[in-house]
Design a protein around this ligand. Structure first.
Ligand code: UDP
Ligand code: MN
Length: 587
């Protein structure tokens, strides 16, 4: 009898402990980011990351080699129906090439694009530690994870106090689910917090900063890759003076191909439409040798480092600003006018995917306009009139209450905008008609280069023996391109193509061969050069067949028939003779 009793006891105890285990397991599993941070003690860094099996969907491993251009072009090629779906949905949701992003290793090697002086530099052992804050709204999973991995991969372990991901109320359930699972398997120390409603990037960053406990805050966009020794030079500068706010050079991750390209050494400015712009640095500063911090009137916004307490003292951000825009100029003016310093650190480099459009909505209307109004009314004194000259409609736009920000300006004893212009940005021009640039041109402006012509000739369609010709005038934008009998007589500008180093084809060196990528199966046409993705043509030569591949669309140039007058369009790259082109060089 007693034995039976103890057996019963044992069974009850066993059941109880199983229940407790299940309960604990459930709690841990449901470590719901919405409820707050995943806690620190579970954070541990590994030198090598385990990729959870079900997420190890990387078709290509990096083998420690930098991806060559040809490999990236190959990854961009649409080969299956599934590729097409990922490609199309990716551009629609994220405005970059998710097909390529998904295939790249999360820890892919990057070219070390620093100059020699930077590479030889040494930094103090003792530097402040950092909280890296990354806000995202519906980000592509692979781009977000690659951002986080690059931070761990290329930073000294002891300097990363924490990485905080701020999910700005994304409505992409799959992203949330994958993220939670991936992080718990591979990067359990990453903290994820989620806002309870869409905040926009400004308030989302403040939310992240409030949770942070590191000495320095580093903000990054959710589609970056930090490069070799990116962190130390920024921290060294902050440790010299806590009021130094520092920005890396923002290199370009091509949105269509993911090619990593070094940006030139430029500094931040703005135009009177309140758009950020890149300004040249003085001619005496040579990018190939320069390694010292460069004072910059403004910052681009997404990537910077700042002492955390100083960030709070200086008034964080303007919480009245919505979704996107203006906050970069606001914090730039505030830093300078209120006693800080803003610098670009040439030895620190971070890649960022520059997109042609922002792929998300802005509830509540044009946040850029509203936010800019808050900036001009708070910081720009009598100079705000230049903004209204450029944007007269702004007079009628409401921008909410700015009394808290004006009080902050008073409390901090900040200097006038005139002082800022005279002392920090003397090169700014102050006429009424300062041209207004568009944000979308930011990348174009940054990487505009000299045009180098590689070849000049007729673009012959080998399957028909005909040549690519413009239907209308060579100066007319949107003119369709079609096949015509080759005109070998010199001076036929309608058939003379200039192939450039930047992989453009310019007809008569005027307009560019462009594909209507936004429309499915759009036709090839002439457009103003400088649009990148839709005008990039890579020779794809296999088995004696040469094709023109467009990485952004993942497809090749083709014609529908071999008759004169047949229009050009795109199709999946195949061995078909319809896709075979060549250049017949002419002098
Ligand atoms: N973002 C956010 N909430 C928003 C809009 C943007 O958290 O409502 C994030 C976005 O995911 C990105 C960062 O803020 O990580 C900057 O946005 P974006 O990259 O679109 O700006 P851009 O680089 O074009 O200036
Ligand atoms: Mn961005």
């Amino acid at each position: 009898m007693p034995r039976l009793k103890s057996l019963r006891c044992f069974i009850i105890l066993l059941a109880l402990s199983v229940a407790i285990c299940c309960f604990l397991g459930y709690i841990l599993w449901n470590d719901d980011p919405i409820a707050g941070l995943n806690h620190g003690p579970r954070f541990h860094m590994k030198s090598r990351y385990r990729l959870g099996e079900e997420f190890d969907n990387l078709n290509v491993s990096d083998h420690g080699d930098i991806y060559k251009e040809e490999v990236l072009f190959d990854l961009a090629q649409i080969k299956t129906k599934k590729d097409q779906e990922i490609h199309d949905a990716g551009y629609h949701q994220h405005a970059f090439n998710v097909l390529v992003s998904d295939k790249l290793s999360f820890t892919r090697p990057l070219p070390d694009v620093r100059n020699k002086v930077c590479k030889d530099k040494h930094y103090p052992d003792h530097l402040p530690n950092v909280s890296v804050v990354i806000c995202f709204f519906n980000e592509a999973f692979s781009a977000l994870i690659r951002t986080v991995h690059s931070v761990y991969h290329r930073s000294p372990k002891h300097l990363i106090h924490e990485v905080i991901l701020v999910d700005d109320f994304s409505d992409d359930d799959e992203l949330e689910w994958r993220l939670k699972k991936y992080l718990s398997l591979n990067l359990p120390g990453v903290k994820v917090i989620r806002s309870h409603e869409r905040q926009g990037l400004i308030r989302a960053r403040m939310f992240g900063a409030h949770k942070a406990t590191g000495e320095v805050l580093v903000f990054l966009d959710s589609h970056c890759e930090v490069n070799v020794d990116w962190l130390e030079p920024m921290l060294a500068r902050i440790s010299e003076n806590r009021k130094n706010v520092v920005v890396p050079i923002i290199d370009i991750i091509n949105a269509d191909t993911f090619i990593y390209e070094a940006s030139p050494l430029v500094k931040g400015g703005f135009n009177w439409g309140m758009h950020y712009r890149w300004d040249p640095i003085s001619a005496s500063t040579h990018a190939s040798t320069h390694a010292e911090p460069i004072q910059s009137p403004t910052m681009a916004g997404g990537l910077f480092a700042m002492n955390r307490e100083y960030f709070h003292e200086l008034g964080e951000y303007d919480p009245g600003m919505d979704i996107w825009g203006g906050e970069n100029l606001e914090i730039s003016f505030r830093i300078w006018q209120c006693g800080g310093r803003l610098e670009i650190i040439p030895c620190s480099r971070v890649g960022h995917i520059f997109r042609k459009r922002r792929p998300y909505n802005s509830p509540g209307g044009d946040s850029f306009m509203k936010n800019s109004l808050r900036v001009v009314h708070t910081w720009m004194d009598e100079y705000k009139k230049y903004f209204f000259n450029v944007r007269p409609e702004a007079e009628k736009t409401t921008y909410g209450n700015i009394s808290d920000r004006l009080a902050l300006r008073k409390k901090l004893g900040c200097k006038s905008f005139k002082w800022y212009l005279d002392n920090v940005y003397p090169e700014q021009n102050i006429p009424d008609t300062n041209g207004e640039g568009r944000k979308g041109n930011m990348m174009a402006q940054l990487i505009r280069k000299d045009i180098v012509i590689k070849r000049k000739g007729l673009l012959k369609h080998m399957g028909s023996g005909l040549c690519v010709d413009s239907e209308g005038d060579i100066h007319e934008k949107r003119t369709l391109l079609r096949l015509a009998v080759c005109n070998l007589s010199s001076g036929s500008r309608k058939q003379t193509w200039y192939e450039t180093q930047d992989k453009e084809f310019r007809l008569a060196n005027v307009l560019c061969l462009d594909i209507q990528s936004e429309e499915k199966h759009g036709f090839a046409r002439l457009m103003k050069c400088g649009s990148f993705g839709s005008q990039e043509w890579v020779w794809n030569t296999k088995d004696g067949v040469s094709q023109l591949f467009n990485p952004a669309s993942g497809m090749c140039l083709t014609t529908n028939t071999v008759e004169p007058g047949s229009y050009l369009s795109l199709s999946v790259c195949s061995n078909s003779r319809l896709l075979n082109f060549d250049i017949l060089e002419v002098p």
